[in-house]
Write a protein that binds this ligand. Sequence first.
Ligand code: OGA
Ligand code: FE
Length: 290
Amino acid sequence: MTTIETQTQTATPPTLTPHPSIPKIPRGPVTATLNFYQPPPDASKPFNYVEQPPLGHPQRNYSDKEQTLTIDDIRNREAEFNLNTHAFAAVQDVRSQADRALFDDDDAIKRVYYPEVEALLLKATGAKRILLFDHTIRLASPGANRAPVNRVHIDQTTASTAQRVRFHLPEAEAEEALKGRYRIVNVWRPLNPPIVAHPLAFADSTSVPDEAMVGIEHRYPDRTGETAAVKHTDGQRWWYWSGMEEGERLLLQCFDSEGGARVPHSAFIDPRSEEGAGRESIEVRALVFG
Ligand code: OGA
Ligand code: FE
């Protein structure tokens, strides 16, 4: 009796409180707000200036329509989703030679990280050729150069994907490539895992009809591309991947000349995550041939 009581009093209580530097990772379905397309009030063609707009022009002439909805968690269901049907895929246990410091150096990213992305995409898509054409590092902190994008969009459309192919390949090669299958896939990864604040939401391609897509003139200083904004429609199925870890990669297919699966996506504020927590990520954009 006495012995038992003594033991009870002196036993170390289990440590249930996580270390303060390790954020608690919210999991499972979450109710959050996404920004969908709100047309210009004068019914003019929507545009967006990529850089500083010309004097007297707004950055963009359309705005956002908020919609609060349920975003479900693909965690532990990763294998249910694929590029051909849903237009997104989740890859796990990816090894990388790139440490955090490497991502502060654009040349090192191309030298070390690009070949890893190329190998990953060759395997994930079964394609013949990968051409990486761009990457963006995003920081969710005040004054960051490129912040998370809190607006539902798709990076390219049918027109701007063909334009991309012609932009990056010699003319004869481009025309040949455009006769076969060509896709654009982004490979997105965290740089300060796990992802807790500002996660990425993405919609099952089959749940978003073509009527929901709106072409947006994407005005660079020297040329005009096209992105898609997205209207909210009934039945859209939205997903995120809770607590994305270091070895995890999200594949986002923006265009596919065969099958047509494309993924609307947007960063969102997870109301369960702590105010002010940062997010660092890199997305690499790829043309995928064959
Ligand atoms: C993308 C994208 C937004 C973000 O990878 O294409 O839109 O907030 N990313 O990371
Ligand atoms: Fe995007």
